[in-house]
Ligand binder design. Structure first.
Ligand code: DQA
Length: 169
């Protein structure tokens, strides 16, 4: 499997650093990308980070991700999270895992941010840790490649029964 992950940043994230710093912090998008790349190096994988304010561009990148030999996508859809059925359908259409990430804790903000139309078709959602959300998103993608690679040797939580025992599938 290829050792390249795709990181997609949606609309307005190009303004990080100056955009509502009380919510999104003072790191610029370039700083966030540097943090992601440094983490990826430590994990011995490559990442490509792209940002667009255009819904169709994000859709095209999602469609091409498999062909471009990425093994998964860490995706911050920005405000599109809350209403873009086209992006939801794109995530559902591709044969790659997508982890939805947010810098801010979308569940602790305005009520309209609590709803994600992407979450149900993503492998999971990470929200509220600033740039670290992306780092956690990357590790989440990697954990899907090595589902039994947890350091304690136990099955990942998702494959355990409600009693906490690993299922025998
Ligand atoms: C965001 C949260 C969204 O609600 C918002 O529209 C953004 C950024 C985040 O990373 O916290 O643009 O996705």
């Amino acid at each position: 499997m290829p050792d390249r992950a795709l990181v997609l940043h949606g609309p307005n994230l190009n303004l990080l650093g100056t955009r509502e710093p009380a919510v999104y912090g003072r790191l610029s998008l370039a700083d966030v990308d540097r943090t992601i790349r440094a983490h990826a190096r430590g994990r011995r994988i490559a990442v490509e980070c792209r940002q667009s304010n255009v819904e169709g561009q994000l859709i095209d990148w999602l469609h091409a991700a498999h062909r471009e030999r990425f093994f998964g996508v860490v995706f911050n859809p920005g405000a599109f999270t809350h209403y873009s059925i086209a992006l939801r359908d794109a995530v559902a259409s591709i044969d790659l895992p997508v982890v939805e990430v947010h810098l801010s804790n979308v569940h602790a903000r305005e009520p309209f941010r609590r709803r994600s139309v992407i979450a149900a078709v993503a492998r999971g959602q990470i929200s509220g840790f600033g740039a670290v959300s992306y780092v956690l998103g990357l590790d989440a993608l990697l954990s899907l490649r090595h589902p039994r690679g947890a350091s304690n040797g136990r099955a990942p939580l998702a494959s355990r029964t409600p009693t906490g025992r690993a299922s025998r599938r």
